[in-house]
Design a protein around this ligand. Structure first.
Ligand code: ZN
Length: 121
């Protein structure tokens, strides 16, 4: 039985939420992914000359409509992170790691870890 993982076509960039199928490359981190386009944007920001940052936090300058458009993208990334967490917990369970140890790693009780992640187990 292969190790559990997210289906390739379901992987989305955790920053822009584009699916893997719409970008050239996707880099994986612990529970998150970043596409080549976002890495490119990050490189531009890092290479830019320091500029004075506005006093107003960027979220406060957004309109209600912009924030509403952002919500489903944040929800998609949150669901992907949750799916990844389940995959990693399952890997530990496949290795025979106890619910007590998994719970301790996540700062929860054995019972809470089991209730959240056991599924059909
Ligand atoms: Zn991206």
């Amino acid at each position: 039985m292969p190790a559990p993982s997210l289906a390739d076509q379901d992987i989305r960039c955790s920053f822009c939420s584009k699916p893997k199928t719409e970008v050239d490359k996707m880099v994986a981190g612990p529970g998150v992914h970043i596409c080549n386009e976002c890495v490119g944007l990050c490189n531009e920001i890092l290479a830019a000359q320091p500029v004075e940052t506005p006093e107003i936090p960027w979220a406060e300058s957004m309109t209600d409509e912009q924030i509403l458009e952002l919500l489903p993208r944040i929800a998609t990334v949150a669901a992907q992170v949750e799916d990844n967490l389940r995959v990693w917990v399952q890997r530990l369970r496949d290795r025979g790691v106890t619910w007590a140890r998994i719970g301790a790693a996540l700062g929860m009780t054995r019972q809470s870890a089991w209730e959240r992640f056991s599924g059909d187990e």
